[in-house]
Each structure stands twice: as C-alpha cells, then as structure tokens.
Design a protein. Sequence first.
Length: 152
Amino acid sequence: MIKKNKKQTSEQEAAEILKIVLDTLDEGKAENMVLIDLQGKSSIANQMVIASGTSQRHVASLAEKVQEKLKAAGYLSMAEGEEKADWVLIDAFDVIVHIFKPEVREFYNLEKMWASIGTLKTFALPKGFASLTAGQVCLHLPAYAGSVTFES
C-alpha cells in the first residue's frame, strides 16, 4: 500500500521518510552524509541527502536498502543510476537522496552548488548532527540516533 501520491506528503511523512533514509544509510555504513534543507527554496523536494559508498557494490547496496526500507514502510520511491552505481539518485518525493562513489561526488560537488541557495532552516537536530552556519548544510555524523523534527 502506498501512503501518498506525488509531492503530497505531510511534514510528518517527510520527517518519517528522512528518518528511514538516514537510519538506513547509517546502518549500511554510508560515509560523509550531508543533509541539505530545501524547504521554501526549491520545488523539487524539501530535503536532500548526499552520502558516499566505498565502492560501486557499496553504492548499489545502499541504494537498494534505502528503497527496500521505504517500500516496506509504504512509501513510493524511484531510482536512477543503479546499473553503473557510480552515482545513484533516489527520488522519495519530499526527500532526494544522492549516493556517490567518493571520486564522483568530489567531481560533481553538489554540496557546494546547493549550499549557495539560502540559509539554514532551524532544526531540532538529533544527537550526532552538527550544523554549518555558512549555509543550509547539516552534516550527519556516525552517532545518529533519534528522529529529525522541524521547527518553524
């Protein structure tokens, strides 16, 4: 059963999707996870998660696990790039996930491009998160625990 249609998720559902994504990437030992708040700045999604895998196999495995967990929770997602697995894009509607091999991530440098669009929205950050004051990028550190909530 799918709980939502395109772009019609509530803030609570978006937070649940984000938690599933972050927990799954953390469990799969993704590296250098970054969370970018896009709310009110872009129509493509509310949040963007960028992470690295250590190899093509690791990138593909992370992407597969994220999609499996989203599906098990009843959320629709679409993915591209799974065949080559240098860069896999997962569109979970309110959350966009990019999983890269490190050298591909360094080449495209999405963090730099997206960090220039605005300021950091105030988050109630779970343990293990640190925010950067220069932009709207939040770094996800390995000690992630708990859910992400948004404050107005």
